[in-house]
Design a protein around this ligand. Structure first.
Ligand code: ADP
Ligand code: MG
Length: 693
């Protein structure tokens, strides 16, 4: 249960005075739905109202706060012209300008003959100095409340700074003082304020430097967020490991049989990875290992060896993939190998229904099936296993921690192997996986040919089509990928359908089409035709991004390559270059190409090293954006920016480790404070694991 002290922060923003459903929705869109989210919505700029000159000294173009005498209202002859109010001080005159003015209101707030303080942007209009629609008007007694710095927040259409600022101010008034969860000596050493002071300071910039992510206030808040991330990961990991593992060490007989049937040798890093995995499985500690390897580096092969090891001990293994296409692809790779070993493999996805599904479930429950391959359908409530010992998760970052836990909960002391092709830079890895053990596949299997990558403007589409025609004549298979139109699958589909129609005019029914809106069987049919049948050009959206393996594919065209992320382009390009023939990747872009976009496409041309691409991507775009993409499944940070706060991440990790080694259940005074921190950043899953443990 959330600690009571946090209740006020977890009220919805609509609890605030003046925030109704409409503004509430806008605030939710830009910052979040509850008051805590408003605290994380730190200023991106500021308006300095401390500049309070005499009129004669005032510089046009800046915001100024000026005390004036109101001399005369000048009502315009018609509504199209502005209402003007002439003002002055002892040094000069200033005109206030209002469009669509309400005279009554202006006469009340700016009565002739009175003194008022006005604040707003100064403009020079001919020889006149003027302010159009001052931001603030008050009496001289109130000047001190006005002469300060106003934070400026990121907004969204329809939401004014005034409305959002008011909501945030109302939240700040009630910020509770929370117990210190960070290590006190570390806080002192960093000269950090306490949490609530840090929040208040972050929202009260006095000068431009205060907006930097490195101020003591912002660094502290970033650290808090990273600490919550690291403690949560460590707790979950510990929980996974706490249930004692069971040693799973097979005889190697099945593995030997399969290795004999392979037309190739394992690469050295495959061999090392397999040894590491077998050692983990053989120990009585639960395995939690990440297998990281570029597209095509042979992760599936490694996984199969681990899966066979479990079956050699009379247990079962599952392999879970994020999409149905991928699950089927894995099945196609794994089933022949399993057959060679005499192991039965079943497929379980959302599409297995009725009798078919019943028989699959029976095979899993009775133990008749040693391998199961599928999607999240593998851990639904009614799925039971006779003796599940190993869960392999090919996730490409699409599964969350709790899904991994749900799958592992299907057996006793299940070892978990997570496979990923995304080359995550070291810093980011820590935030997504904590200190999970890692095996890396560093070299590509022999027999791969390098890919010739070229960057072309879309205007050369005609030439591209001709080149594709020549490649087809030489027996090539071609992927033609159309752009992702943001937030609209419909538009995506329209784009691929257009391109498909256009190419079909040239190449006839050798052109196939696959996109995310198609039904499963229709997708499979096209894929099957592309693999062995009459389809030689596959026009696709990014549904082909992950894992699909067609060895004969040697040409890839990507339209609007500038709209794709580098990691995504790398994944896409990994679909070709798998066979013996030379491969070509054509990245088509639309003009004008920004400098950044050109730099990114150039990286694609210059290297096919996934790690290098990821590092460059991180360097060019910043971690915020890299992490910000929802579908990446990487954690999104609100306050931490890993480009700036990488050292804080390392410190947070060390602190989390030390803390949990001393106080594994978080029961000490500091442990309790850290629990509050976990709730503050909505990491309830972790706390739940503490209690149940
Ligand atoms: P990943 O899952 O890492 O993308 P896969 O395991 O799907 O890669 O392997 C891609 C292809 O390479 C498969 O066709 C597989 O049979 C083949 N392969 C795997 N290991 C080797 C190897 N050591 N030598 C040659 N080919 C290999
Ligand atoms: Mg694969």
């Amino acid at each position: 249960m959330r600690p009571e002290i946090l209740y006020p922060l977890f009220r919805p923003v609509t609890d605030l005075k003046g925030v109704g459903p409409r503004i509430g929705n806008l605030i939710e869109k830009v910052a979040g739905a509850n008051l805590a989210h408003l605290l994380w919505h730190v200023p991106s700029g500021m308006i300095d109202r401390r500049y309070a000159p005499k009129i004669v000294d005032a510089t046009p173009g800046v915001i100024a706060t000026i005390t004036v005498q109101v001399d005369q209202h000048r009502k315009p002859p018609n509504r199209r012209m502005p209402y003007k109010i002439l003002c002055s001080d002892e040094t000069g005159s200033l005109t206030l300008v209002f469009f669509h003015a309400h005279e009554d209101y202006l006469r009340k707030t700016l009565p002739e003959g009175e003194t008022r303080v006005v604040s707003g942007q100064l403009e020079q209009f001919g020889s006149d100095l003027q302010i159009t629609h001052p931001d603030h008007i008050c009496t001289p007694e109130e000047i001190e409340t006005l002469k300060k710095v106003e934070p400026v927040y990121p907004l969204t259409a329809g939401l004014t700074l005034k409305a959002l600022g008011r909501a945030i101010n109302a939240t700040l008034v009630d910020v509770p003082e929370l117990p210190e969860w960070a290590d006190q000596s570390f806080v002192t050493k960093q000269h950090w304020p306490r949490w609530h002071e840090a929040v208040l300071q972050a929202h009260a910039p006095e000068n431009a430097r205060d907006l930097e992510p490195t101020t003591t206030a912002r660094a502290r808040l970033a650290y808090d967020e990273l600490l919550s991330n690291q403690v949560a990961l460590a707790v979950i990991r510990k929980h996974l490991r706490r249930a004692k593992g069971r040693p799973v060490s097979g005889s190697g007989a099945l593995r030997q049989r399969v290795l004999k049937t392979l037309p190739f040798q394992l690469t050295p890093s495959q061999t090392v990875a397999i040894d590491e995995i077998l050692a983990d499985m053989g120990s009585d500690v639960r395995m939690l290992r990440l297998l990281q390897g570029d597209v095509g580096s042979g992760k599936t092969m490694v996984a199969v060896m681990a899966m066979l090891n479990a079956v050699e001990c009379g247990a079962q293994s599952v392999l879970m993939a994020p999409t149905e296409i991928l699950a089927r692809q894995h099945l196609a790779t794994i089933e022949p190998l399993a057959k060679a070993a005499g192991v039965r493999t079943v497929l379980l996805t959302g599409r297995e229904r009725g009798k078919n599904r019943t028989s699959v479930l029976e095979a899993l429950e009775s133990g008749a099936a040693g391998f199961a391959v599928g999607t999240h359908a593998l851990f639904q409530d009614d799925v039971g296993y006779k003796n599940l010992a190993l869960a392999v998760i090919d996730e490409q970052h699409r599964f969350g921690v709790h899904q991994r836990l749900a799958l592992a909960a299907k057996g006793q002391a299940v070892d978990t192997l997570v496979m990923t092709a995304t080359p995550i830079p070291r810093t980011l890895m820590l935030t997504a996986y904590g200190d999970m053990e890692v095996s890396r596949l560093t070299e590509k299997p022999a027999g791969r040919t390098p890919i010739d990558t070229r960057i072309l403007p879309i205007e050369r589409l005609g030439q591209v089509t001709e080149a594709v025609g020549r490649a087809l004549n030489d027996g090539a298979k071609v992927y033609w990928v159309c752009p992702l139109v943001e937030e609209s699958e419909k538009l995506d589909v329209a784009a691929v359908e257009d391109r498909h129609a256009h190419l079909a005019e040239v190449f006839g029914d050798r052109v196939g089409l696959v996109h995310g809106r198609m039904k499963g069987p229709a997708k499979d049919k096209v894929m099957a035709e592309f693999i062995n049948g009459g389809v030689d050009i596959l026009v696709a959206t990014t549904v082909i991004e992950v894992g699909v393996d067609v060895a004969a594919a040697s040409v890839m065209v990507v339209e609007h390559a500038e709209r794709f992320g580098l990691a995504q382009l790398h994944q896409l390009r990994g679909r070709i270059g798998r066979g013996a023939t030379a491969s070509t990747c054509l990245l088509l872009y639309a003009q004008p190409l920004s400098k950044m976009a050109r730099a990114r496409l150039t990286i694609m041309r210059e290297t096919d090293d996934g790690f290098k691409i990821a590092e460059e991507d991180l360097r060019l775009r910043g971690a915020g954006e890299l992490l910000g993409t929802r579908q990446s499944g990487m954690p999104e940070f609100k306050l931490a920016d890993l480009q700036v706060h990488a050292e804080l991440l390392a410190a947070a990790r060390d602190d989390a480790t030390l803390l949990l080694s001393r106080d594994p259940e978080l029961t000490s005074e500091r442990g309790q404070a850290v629990r509050t921190l976990l709730y503050l950043f909505e990491r309830e899953t972790a706390v739940r694991n503490l209690r149940s443990g």
